[in-house]
Write a protein that binds this ligand. Structure first.
Ligand SMILES: *[C@@H]1O[C@H](CO)[C@@H](O)[C@H](O)[C@H]1NC(C)=O
Ligand SMILES: *[C@@H]1O[C@H](CO)[C@@H](O)[C@H](O)[C@H]1NC(C)=O
Ligand SMILES: *[C@@H]1O[C@H](CO)[C@@H](O)[C@H](O)[C@H]1NC(C)=O
Length: 160
């Protein structure tokens, strides 16, 4: 039992690069003294590890890859370091993430016409598996993904 648990933990660590992933609660001071609708709210470390946030970050990373044409290689999400949420018509998440360059080409993963993406712009679990199998290069980049989540719309996630 104990060994299985450890194996599960180390797999989870590999999947999200938790080994080098230092998470912290955002110190977003801007307007944080009154948490009204429309203000940015820091995400706790617990919240950073919720499925909704991980799915949002994975999908936003995917959109970032489709939009960024400065490299042909796919950059995978390895760490969600901190972030905030803001209620608007939907929720705007600002996520401080680390991405790591893979040796997989975006065109090999998603075809020549990247604009169309796959699954109407959403990142499927099958595609995520393919990305997990990509060899990693040593190059990383730290960026802020600013993503609008509107689950009731056809366009679920948008980078803003
Ligand atoms: C992308 O977002 C959709 C909708 O929230 C979700 O079903 C899917 O699992 C997400 N993709 C990943 C890889 O988490
Ligand atoms: C990248 O995309 C931008 C806008 O989408 C475009 O103006 C630019 O020419 C593209 N660069 C390359 C190298 O394709
Ligand atoms: C992102 O990280 C920087 C540096 O740690 C921090 O100043 C900023 O508040 C963070 N932003 C969010 C949205 O968490």
């Amino acid at each position: 039992m104990k060994i299985q648990f450890l194996i599960f933990l180390s797999l989870a660590a590999l999947a999200y690069g938790k080994s080098q992933c230092v998470q912290s609660e955002s110190h977003e001071s801007e307007q944080s003294e009154n948490l009204h609708v429309g203000n940015q709210k820091p995400l706790s470390i617990e919240e950073l590890n919720l499925d909704t946030i991980i799915q949002t970050a994975l999908n936003a990373t995917h959109l970032y890859n489709l939009q960024d044409n400065s490299t042909k290689n796919y950059y995978k999400l390895v760490c969600i370091k901190s972030g905030t949420s803001q209620l608007v018509a939907g929720v705007i998440y600002r996520l401080n993430v680390t991405l790591q360059k893979t040796e997989c080409l975006k065109s090999d993963l998603f075809g020549e016409n990247l604009e169309s993406g796959d699954d109407s712009g959403l990142l499927s679990m099958r595609s995520l598996d393919n990305i997990e199998n990509c060899k990693l290069s040593t190059e990383t980049q730290d960026i802020v993904l600013k993503v609008l989540s509107t689950p009731w719309k056809k366009v679920f996630y948008q980078l803003v």
